[in-house]
Structure formats: C-alpha cells, structure tokens
Design a protein around this ligand. Sequence first.
Ligand code: CP
Length: 357
Amino acid sequence: MRNKHVIDLEDLSAKELIDIIQLSNEIQNHPKDYADACKGKILATLFYEPSTRTQMSFKTAMLRLGGSVIGFDNPQNSSVSKGESLKDTITVVGGYTDIIAIRHPLEGTAKAASMYSAAPVINAGDGGHLHPTQTLTDIVTLYNEKGSLENMTIGLCGDLKNGRTVHSLIKTMRHFKNNRFVLISTPELGVPQYIKDVMNSSDCKYVEVPSLIEAMPMLDVLYMTRIQRERFASEEEYEREKGVFVLDKEKLLSAKKDLKILHPLPRVDEITVEVDYDERAKYFIQTVYGMYARMALIKTMLDQDNRSVPPLINDTHNVKCSNPRCITAGESYLPKLFRSVGGDMLVCKYCDSRTLI
Ligand code: CP
C-alpha cells in the first residue's frame, strides 16, 4: 500500500482496492489459513461515537486473524472525560498498539489522529464526512453480488448531505468505468458541494431527483440511508425530513429483477421489514462482507510494518476553518491546513469544507 493510514479510500489506488476485495474473498473462503495472520499484533478501537457494526466487525476481524484488541466504546470511561486532547490520547495509544481504528463525531478527526500516531490509523467514521471501511464493505458486496464494479446506475437515497457512507461510496465508485449516480433526496439533504466537485472533475454522470418511485426502474443498485437524527441542529428539522423516503414492497414492483438493495445500517424506518425477505435485499449479507473486508484491510496494513514517528506539521495558512463540526473547532492546537481551489476559496484538509480567505 502506498499510504500508511486509511483516512479516505482515496488513500488506496484502484488496484489496491481490488487486491483487498480479492483478499477479503480469499479469507472468507479459507478462514483457517488466516487464523494466525496477525498473531502478536494489537488493534485499538477508539470509538467516541456509538457503533454496532463497525466497532464489532473491527474487533472480530482482529480476533479472527489471531490478534488482540484494546480500546473504548465510550470516551467517558477514558481520560477523554478529564479533558485529554486527541493528540495526547493518540500519541499514547499509538505507542501501545500496532494499528488504530477511530470513530469520532467531528469531521476530520481521523486525519488529525494520523498526524500524531506512530501506528497506522484507520478512519472508522468522522462525523458526516467519510466512512472508508463502510465503502470497502459496500464494494466487496457489489463485487460479489453484481459481479463487477463497472457499468452500474447507482441510486443513493436519504440523507446525502450528512451521509458519510454516501460521500465515501461516490468518491470510490467514480474510479471504476461507466458508473452513474442517481441522487434521491430532499433539496435540504442533497450531497455537499465538495462531492459535486469530485463528480464534476471525473467523467461520471449524476442526476438529482426528488422521487424514489421515479428513480426505481433505472437502478442497478439502490443504496438506502437513514435520516440521522444526531446530525440535525434541531428536532424540528429532523421531524421535517424523517419518513420522506421509505422503501416498501410496492415501490419495488417497478424495480429491475437483478436490483441489489444495500444499506450501511442501522435502519430506522426507511426500509420496511417485509423488504428483508425480498431476494434483492443484500443489507444483512453486506455486514458479513464487512467483517472480511476489515480482516483484509488490517492484514494488508500490518504486513507493511509501517510504524514511524510522526513529524511536526506547520500551518499552511493563518485561517480558521468555517465548519463548526470540523475537528479543528474542538482541538485548537491542530495546525491550520488548507488547499487552494482558486480565488478567495480554501478547502480544509481535515473536513473538506470551503472557507473564504
Ligand atoms: N454502518 C455503520 O457504520 O454502522 P454502525 O454505526 O453500527 O457502526
């Protein structure tokens, strides 16, 4: 792998992604051959935000590879509750362990953590920003259930604004030939500008539509997402958005016979339970693929033996990120890191939000 950390799936080339998919399938088919693959290695799972699948699949992945696991699933039970900074927590945990998986409600946290960790860091979800190992899960599912990662019309439905799994999936699928996106959301929950910029800068096509029924007949894949109560500023805003898009048996009547329905889960009410029994529903097998995908990722990263003392990083600009949900808003010592996109506009290297100079 060309990079030490996996913060964004952009950190992996298309070939590296295919290698991980193939290793994931190899491990799934021959689990005994990998039972000691990470013997003597330790994974830290630092979850500052609730999780079932990501946390437990990382843990089971490491245990099934013969390694061990430490960490917390509630920062209140750690010295974070005494005011310890992210930098100090990561510096210490990076000294104890061989690899770290971190989830945090603030955007750009995994990137910030990687700047202080001797051990490689995996982004297990940073606020509404990115969720690369969910995308790994999704592409392993697509590869196995569709037989290819190319030539698909992929519908993405629900909260496309705060849906980190959606952002990571779009960024990744545009690297494979001839994929097209149908973005199904209310105007308030459309994809952020930086994801549109990403799509516009590649040759992948996208359309934005307000209706799931209208989109259904053209889809090869339907990726449903939850309206995430925890991402809304007020309960009123959440109440306005929830329940707008619900997938049920009736809506599937016009769908293709070989449609694949994915969902990162957890689900609330956006897919009715009756759909679980439709053979096109793949969201539970998706969780199983996710465990093998994380096994493949952990093994690949640990095989590199890439511990290194992180260097000091200086500010690139003397500007504050305008995103209140950026990790730089919570951890003020972090260097101010931006890339220029022309004119008076800068893009924050932690959270990808735009800031005017
Ligand atoms: N898909 C996903 O990230 O689920 P959890 O929040 O349960 O980890």
